[in-house]
Design a protein around this ligand. Structure first.
Ligand code: PA5
Length: 462
């Protein structure tokens, strides 16, 4: 199982001013946490609670359909092109980057065991889109259009560009190169998919974008490149079982949620840094940033009070960012809680040859790159603690599907518990919707004429 070590967030190690009396706080919040966990599990099957993501690990039907489709198209495509943004891209990106062989898209077909390359077009930079399209053979590309709302301008625009190109290249057969993942009712994409006859996967009700990684949103891209999704769902299920424990002393998601909440509200740690010591986990930071920011950054609490809460998440990767961010984290404002993710056993052991023995770098020879990254993580943690900066460490025994399932699911539950502690609606995103609506207005979508007029006036004054 994943482990959480919070010693370096404790007052005993980093002092009273910046550290928490963790054991005491666990006891203070014991009943609150018990209530939150029991309540989340009680509400999870009720419509309108947006907690269906807690059931995704058990959705055998989705897994079956995803696997069936993946095996049906196996060998037909050289590329998977995912069109989506935010929650419709980041989960798939985080898991495929972690689990596929490094530099997957540069490997030969044989090295990829005949599975396709995978690209996520999660932005609308015209130059990068054009650049990518110029290197893809569209005939051999399966386009997975993913949008929960079925209307997001970025994804719809990408889809329109791709549909047009595919049709020009493939004639009527272009439909076989498109697969859609969307809501069963909401939005325009579902209607289009029905009209066009695309293969369609449905995102279950009450699963928000940033909590959708284990629906077809994430599972389909994972299966298409040959990842073992049963291994992933086994990890989710085992973690879910562990996190059903209502005792905070036994529940790592509750522990980390409470530590983050108290660090923010009692100790002024308004920033939450996610720093895995593994390049393969670098997009876990991006995924976490979206999850944490959109879920916890809220203007109003549940009672309608204006609260403007939410710790700001920051992405980072070790050891790389030791050479860009750690100076600030050690000596700048003491306003951060740093989450390390450590990997106990890397897939490979890379030895550093015993050369240059009589020079200043001779000490590295005979050690491994593994020793070095671990030493750097330890050194950074201790330096931060010397400066009274709080850190917590999540340890993965290995990077594989089982532990990735555990990690992402644990962070989702942690976010849900943190939202309850802040007493906010974790699952809405009015701030995102507002910007989406302004975009529709600016781009002339019908029904948004009044907003467009107001916007033009506002823009003229700035
Ligand atoms: O978490 C969310 O709800 C958002 O960030 C969405 O994932 C993002 O805006 C994309 O939305 P959609 O999947 O509807 O295209």
């Amino acid at each position: 199982m994943l482990e959480l070590n919070y010693r370096n967030a404790d007052a005993v190690v980093i002092g009273e001013e910046n550290g928490l009396n963790i054991e005491e706080e666990f006891n203070n919040y014991k009943d609150t946490i018990t209530h939150i966990i029991a309540d989340l599990n009680k509400r999870k099957d009720k419509p309108g609670q947006w907690l269906q993501w807690m059931n995704l690990g058990y959705s055998e039907e989705t897994v079956w359909y995803v696997k069936e489709f993946a095996s049906m198209v196996e060998g037909r495509f050289d590329n998977i092109l995912v069109l989506g943004i935010g929650g419709s891209a980041l989960g798939g990106l985080a898991v495929t980057e972690a689990l596929l062989k490094p530099y997957w898209n540069l490997l030969t077909k044989e090295e990829r065991n005949n599975f396709p390359r995978i690209f996520f077009l999660d932005n609308i930079d015209p130059d990068s889109i054009n650049g990518l399209l110029s290197i893809l053979d569209l005939k051999k590309t399966l386009v997975n259009v993913i949008t929960k709302s079925g209307s997001t301008a970025e994804t719809m625009a990408q889809y329109m560009v791709l549909k047009d190109l595919l049709e020009k290249e493939l004639g009527d057969d272009y439909r076989k190169n498109i697969v859609v993942t969307t809501d069963k009712n909401v939005g325009i994409l579902k209607q289009l998919a029905d009209q066009e006859g695309y293969k369609t996967f449905i995102i279950p009700d009450d699963v928000g974008g940033r909590f959708s990684v284990f629906s077809a949103v994430g599972l389909l891209p994972m299966a298409l490149v040959g990842l073992d999704i049963d291994e992933i769902t086994n990890g989710i299920k085992d973690m879910d079982l562990a996190l059903k424990n209502i005792d905070i002393h036994q529940n790592i998601a509750a522990q980390n949620a409470l530590i983050h909440y108290l660090m923010d509200t009692k100790k002024g740690k308004k920033l939450s840094v996610m720093m895995p010591y593994s390049s393969r986990l670098k997009y876990v930071s991006d995924w976490y940033v979206q999850l944490w920011a959109e879920s916890l950054g809220k203007e109003y609490d549940r009672n309608g009070n204006k609260v403007n809460v939410g710790p700001t998440p920051i992405k980072s990767v070790g050891a790389t960012d030791q050479h860009s961010q750690i100076q600030l984290y050690n000596e700048g404002p003491n306003d951060k809680l740093i989450n390390f993710i450590r990997v106990k056993e890397f897939d490979t052991v890379l030895e550093i040859p015993k050369i240059f023995e009589y020079t200043g770098i001779g000490y590295l020879g005979g050690k491994t790159i593994n020793d070095l990254i671990n030493a750097e993580a330890d050194a950074t943690k201790v330096t931060l603690s010397d400066h009274s900066r709080p850190t917590v460490t999540i340890t993965l025994p290995k990077i594989n599907g089982y532990y990735m399932g555990q990690l992402l699911y644990m962070l989702e539950v942690q976010t849900a518990i943190a939202g309850e502690l802040y007493n906010i609606d974790t699952f809405n995103q009015p701030g995102v919707e507002q910007a989406k609506n302004y975009t529709y207005a600016l781009m002339g979508r019908s029904g948004y004429e009044d907003s467009a007029k107001q916007l033009q006036e506002k823009m003229a004054t700035v």
